[in-house]
Design a protein around this ligand. Sequence first.
Ligand code: ZN
Length: 292
Amino acid sequence: MQRSITKAAEKKPGINILSIDLEDWFLSYDSSQISYDKWPLLESRVEQNTRTILDLLARHNQKATFFILGWIAEHHQELIKEISDAGHEIGYHSYHHAIPVNQGKEAFEDDLVKGLSLLEKITGKPVRLYRAPMFSLCNASAWTIPILLKHGITISSSYKSHHPFNNHRIPSSPFYFEHEGRQLMELPLNRMRFPLLNLVYTGSGYFRMLPLWLIKFLFDRNTYNMTYFHPRDFDENVPFTSLLPAYRNWMNSFGNSTTSIKLEELLKLFPFLTLSEAASQLKYSDMPLVKI
Ligand SMILES: [Zn+2]
């Protein structure tokens, strides 16, 4: 892979993006803690928690991009239709939360084709957005980019910006890949960089843990903010399961009672965009390029 950053990132004012990764409370990491054959044995809470999010967004007339797990789409088709019919944007988030670098090329492509066709069948619309589980794309999985392009993906949100002293210097703002003349825009998970700290603050456990005043300060200070929430982040009664380690059970519920309140404050303060809306405000000529 030839990799070159050709232009410095130029941040545009006010790119605040709202995204939801649609998966159930018992899903963690790459599903290695609870394998997916056990998922049907656990209480499903994704519908009620997603409705909490949909109600919150409707109250503030804001739209989000929902990255849907294929397994969830298969088992909750009406819910996916409801999200799409409410005017939110649909993207794909893998079938069982497997990490692409662990899947390999063939399994990754099969997974992508299966999930995209299911979502397109349910919503009646083409799906052009993709997010890898755990923002896990990296140099070692650069082979995913041509496969994503081949199957019509034009916007990805699958990288997290890395520590500046790390080898993988992923920008903390939008960039794009080019492969055989075609572009794939990447809207990464951003971090706030302090001299000794690179802080994620825009979603999930980090958002639940941090105080609202600090979150508001960081959103205001950064001109590119990629939020990411899960339905479980809004659930004040996440069940305990002995199938997960103790720390994971604790992480599943820490600060959940504050998520709606904090997000509601942000929704009052900032206009948010879906990924496609954000992409339409960005120019490739202003973004760093990564050639594959
Ligand atoms: Zn996920």
